[in-house]
Design a protein around this ligand. Structure first.
Ligand code: SAH
Length: 483
């Protein structure tokens, strides 16, 4: 390097410009922007300089140059058309060890002005050591075009928050955190001029970093997996944490229980990967092993993977198997609970799952025919409790038959809730003896839950008073099927 690029703090420092023409005016403008105290030595000034002098922005000495003018100067600039004057300035400055720039004369100069791209506080300087100023300007134009005009706003946004991040996060987490701010949503929002949005994303980002650092400390190169419960369907029933993590994810793995309205809440750029059962009859679901492999593979690429699951990941969601697989491969992960379908359905239908004097316990049971052998039907058939069957729609008659055979009363109340919390939610009520018939006559289809117990008969008053699911959500086509 023939020259060392440095950034000089000039605030209130005395800089002397010799010359009063256009070139001098340009240099004066630049130096004033950097906060220098500018003195212009010249018998006459061009208009800009004259105005600035009149306004007191700079000092004008209407004299011929003399070495004494450089007293206390930290920089000197010679910008006259006279070679002898420029030489005199250069010599005087060098004698005093004051860095000097002689315009268009590298030999007489001890420093040169780079071409600059000013996105203060981000400033890029380009120099060619005097070899090719035009080339340097061309390079400057390229960079100028590549850098967003609001880059400075982003730098300030980050600068204002450095201290609070220092307090909130450990040193290992901070760098990865700032990387995410710059490359992620927060940065994009600042650059787009959406500061309120950026502030929200930033706060969410801090929160998430605090949550994840314990699991991921020191392994920021590795991606991570968020196992997120998406709730029963209504996107408003997502948790705040689910939402925050969806905003961060690079990849979203989802299945059929996750409606499009929920998927829409994911980061726009996130890649969405469907890993559920195919829609057509006879199409097979993605094998669980394959889902594990996908999660591991994406995480190993350093990506943030949101594994979205209907309801809660740990309630008939195979979440346990998934975190086991992740742990086996050493992939950092986080589980975010979701509102399980039973809770969504209970709220949607106005059926309290427990109630003083009526039901002292609630049991979530699989109604899937392949998994019901090991159930203790005698316990499930007992009175004064609530049993919620998941995945039982196609299996209603056998479920009822087994409960009856285990001693459940034919008049025991039951309810079917289809598409709980979603537009088009249906609630069918009856007795154990009637419920299978009611379901098939109504053409009930998944997803739906069966609730058995005294509470299922509780007054429809609660249901009538319930606020209907917001219309904003979803259509029937996107839901379905057990996992
Ligand atoms: N992990 C999920 C359950 C997955 S098993 C949870 O916690 O909710 C799939 C079963 O959940 C479906 O067969 C159905 O019985 C039930 N289910 C899921 N969403 C539902 C909804 N919106 N309404 C009614 N039942 C639902």
């Amino acid at each position: 390097m023939e020259y060392l690029p440095i950034f000089l703090r000039l605030s209130a420092a005395r800089v002397v410009i010799v010359g009063g023409g256009h070139v001098a005016a340009r240099k004066a403008d630049l130096l004033l922007r950097a906060g220098a105290h500018v003195t212009v030595v010249a018998p006459r000034l061009q208009e800009d300089l004259r105005n600035r002098a009149a306004l007191g922005e700079l000092t004008h000495l209407a004299e011929s140059f003399a070495p004494a003018h450089l007293e206390d100067a930290v920089l000197a600039i010679a910008a006259t058309d006279h070679r002898d004057i420029n030489t005199a300035v250069s010599e005087a400055a060098r004698a005093r060890r004051v860095p000097v720039n002689v315009v268009d004369d590298a030999l007489l100069s001890t420093f040169i002005f780079p071409a600059i791209i000013d996105r203060s506080p981000i400033v890029v300087a380009v120099g060619s050591a005097g070899y090719a100023p035009v080339l340097a300007r061309w390079v400057r134009e390229q960079i100028e075009a590549a850098l967003p005009s609001s880059l400075g706003a982003l730098a300030r946004f980050m600068g204002e928050r450095r201290r609070s991040v220092q307090r909130a996060l450990g040193p290992a987490a901070r760098r990865a955190f700032w990387e995410r701010v710059v490359r992620g949503r927060t940065g994009a929002q600042v650059l787009a001029g959406d500061e309120p949005g950026a502030r929200r994303s930033f706060d969410a980002e801090v929160l998430v970093s605090q949550l994840t650092t314990s699991a991921t400390a020191g392994r920021s190169a590795l991606g991570e997996v968020y196992l997120i419960g998406a709730g029963p369907g209504d996107p408003d029933l997502l948790t705040l944490r689910a939402l925050q993590l969806l905003q961060q994810a690079d990849v979203v793995l989802y299945d059929r229980l996750v409606p499009a309205a929920v998927l829409e809440r994911a980061r726009r750029e996130a890649r969405r990967v469907f890993v559920g059962k195919g829609r057509g009859a006879g199409e097979s679901r993605t094998p669980q092993e394959e889902i594990h492999e996908l999660m591991v593979r994406f995480a190993r690429q350093g990506l943030k993977v949101a594994r979205l699951k209907g309801g809660d990941p740990f309630v008939f969601g195979r979440g346990g198997e998934e975190i086991e697989a992740l742990a086996r491969h050493g992939i950092p992960h986080l589980v975010v609970p979701g509102i399980t379908a039973a809770l969504g359905a209970a709220a949607g239908a106005g059926i309290p799952l427990t109630q003083r004097g009526l039901s002292q316990s609630v049991t979530f049971v699989t109604g899937h025919p392949s998994q019901d052998d090991s159930l203790d039907w005698r316990t499930l058939a007992r009175a004064a409790q609530t049993v919620v069957f998941y995945m039982g729609v196609g299996n209603l008659e056998p479920i009822v038959a087994r409960l009856r055979a285990a001693g459940a009363d034919a008049s025991r109340p039951a309810a079917l809730i289809e598409r709980a919390t979603l537009p088009g939610q249906r609630v069918l009520r009856g007795t154990l003896a009637q419920i299978a018939e009611l379901g098939s006559r109504a053409g009930l289809s998944p997803p739906a839950l069966l609730i058995v117990g005294e509470v299922a008969a509780l007054p429809a008053a609660a249901e009538a008073a319930a606020v209907p699911a917001p219309a904003a959500a979803e259509t029937a086509a996107d839901m379905i099927q057990p996992i």
